[in-house]
Design a protein around this ligand. Structure first.
Ligand code: GCO
Ligand code: MN
Ligand code: MN
Length: 396
């Protein structure tokens, strides 16, 4: 076991936080903020001290909605200076298409085409800001893309307008000659009663219908998959298999609750373990190469000291889980159980990998007795106990 799980960008740790995450002042729908606001340059300084590699932002985390062009430029310059001073990068940028009342009926899916045009224009300004700061990925989270009542519009229209806006923005980015990737983030509900494209799976299909699907992928979030009781590990696995995991929002969540955005690893530790194992690639396939981004915030009980405890905690938990995953995948007993379950001494698997008359004939000839096949147990109780013991630090 390592002596230290301190995050260190110089050793290859690529942890990022949003300005809105550590900058969250603890306000909720039932009460005002509980801690002071921190300016973007102060956040950059704090994140660098904590061991983060980068910082991400919404346009309006840095530039107020009604700032003049001159005010904008001053804020961007100060922020850029802080990034240079503290050696942080901005790998991702996103656009706030949910706070202003203009988006009360949606942004890209608003029934009023003027609102859709306004949202598209705001997204272009957000992308320009991202490019200016060096971002390579643009996230789209459609917080207001939904309804409280389906009397409002036909969801087929909503999906069509969403596609039109994404196609327009992809076309514009290409026209600018920029090499950017778009990462679409799903959430099932909150703040709208029902949000369109509710899960990562919905998004993966939608992306395939876009004009420039090659530049679009997903940004799955732990909390958003767990809210309705779905598996984040499966969402990420499907995205990785499709080569569409363009970004990730790490946090923690208890099933069935409002979007909690808790410190990574603080709930469903087992889910976090298998997620980190998949991202690190210790169990097979290549590792995810993008930044490990935390979209979470400190408990409302915390002051600024607690905010930095929160940020360090997210990164330490990730590193601890990465080490535990590596130990699990190096465990001979784990290998033994997995090999027994995956064994294919007769070479049957490849026969199913493509239809041909010879494969068909070979499949038809196989002696497959379901009672024999059903007789043996799989030893997943032991395998899972091994995972839990590695996770609890009792092995390895
Ligand atoms: C949420 C969402 C947002 C988005 C962010 C970036 O928890 O409400 O996840 O935090 O990730 O707007 O697009
Ligand atoms: Mn998110
Ligand atoms: Mn969330």
């Amino acid at each position: 076991m390592s002596e230290s799980f301190t995050p260190n960008p110089a050793e290859g740790d690529r942890f990022t936080f949003g300005l809105w995450t550590v900058g969250n002042p603890g306000a909720d729908p039932f009460g005002p903020r509980t801690r002071p606001r921190i300016s973007p340059p102060e956040i950059v300084e704090g994140l660098a001290k904590a061991g983060a590699w980068g910082v991400n932002l919404h346009d309006n985390d840095l530039i107020p909605f009604d700032a003049s062009p001159t005010e904008r430029d001053v804020l961007v310059k100060e922020f850029q200076q802080a990034l240079d001073d503290h050696g942080l990068v901005v790998p991702m940028a996103t656009t706030n298409l949910f706070s202003h009342p203009v988006f009360r009926d949606g942004a890209f899916t608003a029934s009023d085409p003027k609102v859709r045009a306004f949202a598209t224009r705001k997204a272009m300004r957000g992308i320009e800001l991202g490019v200016e700061l060096g971002a390579e990925t643009v996230v789209f989270w459609g917080g207001r893309e939904g309804v409280e009542t389906d009397a409002a519009r036909d969801s087929r229209d909503a999906i069509k307008w969403y596609r039109e806006c994404m196609n327009f923005l992809c076309g514009w980015v290409k026209d600018q000659g920029w090499e950017l990737k778009f990462a679409l983030e799903a959430k099932p509900n909150e703040p709208r009663g029902d949000i369109y494209l509710a899960t990562t799976g919905h998004m993966l299909h939608f992306i395939e219908t876009l004009a420039h699907s090659e530049m679009c992928g997903v940004n799955p979030e732990v909390a958003h998959e767990n809210m309705p009781g779905l598996s984040m590990v499966h969402a990420v696995g499907q995205a990785m298999e499709a080569e569409k995991l363009f970004h990730i929002d790490l946090n923690a969540q208890r099933i069935g609750r409002y979007d909690q955005d808790l410190r990574f690893g603080s709930e469903d530790l087992k889910g976090a373990f298998f997620l980190v194992r998949m991202l690190e690639g210790t169990g097979g396939y290549s590792a995810y190469t993008g930044p490990r981004h935390f979209d979470a915030h400190a408990y409302r009980t915390e002051d600024l000291e607690g905010v930095w405890d929160f940020a360090v905690g997210c990164m330490r938990s990730y590193k601890i889980l990465a080490e535990r995953a590596q130990e699990f995948d190096a465990d001979a007993e784990v290998h033994e159980i997995l090999e027994a379950n995956h064994a294919d001494p007769e070479g049957i698997g490849p026969l199913l990998a493509g239809f041909s008359s010879s494969n068909l004939e070979a499949i038809e000839q196989l002696s497959l007795d379901p009672d024999i096949l059903a007789a043996a147990g799989h030893r997943y109780e032991r395998l899972d106990q091994l995972a839990m013991e590695h996770l609890m630090g009792a092995r390895g």
